[in-house]
Ligand binder design. Structure first.
Ligand code: SAM
Length: 232
């Protein structure tokens, strides 16, 4: 208990330092994005719907924490986390380095930085069955403080959204972002039917202000019900 309190204090101190860092050095654009989220649907609903609809047989989760989702998946499964939960103790990079299996459904919810997520997406595409799906959590931060990297608060989406924007410029995959549960990215191995053209290719440097004004197009947002109804 004492050890837990010490860790908590250390974390709060780190958050304070990073808040000061962001106050001095980071982008300042404090408008809130009012997404039209469907609050009745969660990542678990989407994952279990897809597993049932597509008759998927295998599941991989990157970042399991307390197994809130992982424990409720009832097909063959691997859960990767360096700290807690799942059944593979290590980072996603360590997992993919030794993996030679293919998965039908992959849920990416590990380290929420652009650099790690884009790696997780590339590795997941290589480990995805042809008819499979990749789902990503935390794709739609509503405030700049929720996306600041390094992390400076408990509720945190990170800059996962920048990886989604990059994937939207690739021809070989189809990508949507569902308006539910902090933004659920969905990637399938189909030809991109709505390719995003961007002059800039340093995705890490994209600004929150740009997300604010363009999220519908760049993230290709869609309601949960519309996504489900347009699926084949
Ligand atoms: C937001 S939590 C996951 C929540 C869980 N997927 C759920 O839906 O309830 C993020 C988890 O990612 C883990 N994580 C951090 N870095 C990681 C990495 N490089 N590879 C895999 N998991 C990582 C953390 O230890 C943490 O448990």
């Amino acid at each position: 208990m004492k050890y837990k309190n010490l860790l908590e204090q250390k974390r709060n101190f780190e958050f304070l330092l990073y808040k000061i860092y962001h106050f001095i050095f980071s982008e300042k654009f404090f408008k809130k994005i009012e997404y039209n989220f469907d609050n009745s649907k969660t990542r678990l609903d989407l994952i279990n719907f897809l597993i049932k609809k597509k008759n998927y047989k295998s599941y991989l989760e990157i970042g399991c924490h307390q197994d809130e989702v992982f424990s409720l998946i009832n097909i063959e499964k691997i859960g990767v986390d360096p700290m807690s939960g799942g059944n593979f103790r290590g980072t996603s990079d360590e997992f993919f380095f030794q993996n030679n299996k293919k998965f039908d459904c992959i849920f990416i919810d590990g380290l929420h930085t652009y650099e790690q997520v884009i790696k997780d997406i590339k590795n997941s595409i290589d480990s995805l069955s042809e008819n499979g799906v990749i789902i990503l959590h935390d794709c739609l931060p509503s405030k700049i403080t929720h996306q600041y990297v390094p992390r400076s608060r408990y509720t945190w989406n990170g800059d996962v959204w920048k990886a989604i924007v990059e994937v939207r410029t690739w021809e070989h995959v189809e990508t949507y972002t569902i308006l539910a549960d902090q933004g659920l990215g969905v990637i399938t191995k189909k030809k991109n039917s709505d390719l995003l053209f961007m002059k800039k290719n340093n995705f890490k440097k994209l600004k929150f202000k740009y997300l604010y004004y363009n999220y519908k197009t760049i993230m290709r947002t869609i309601s949960y019900d519309n996504f489900i109804s347009q699926m084949d």
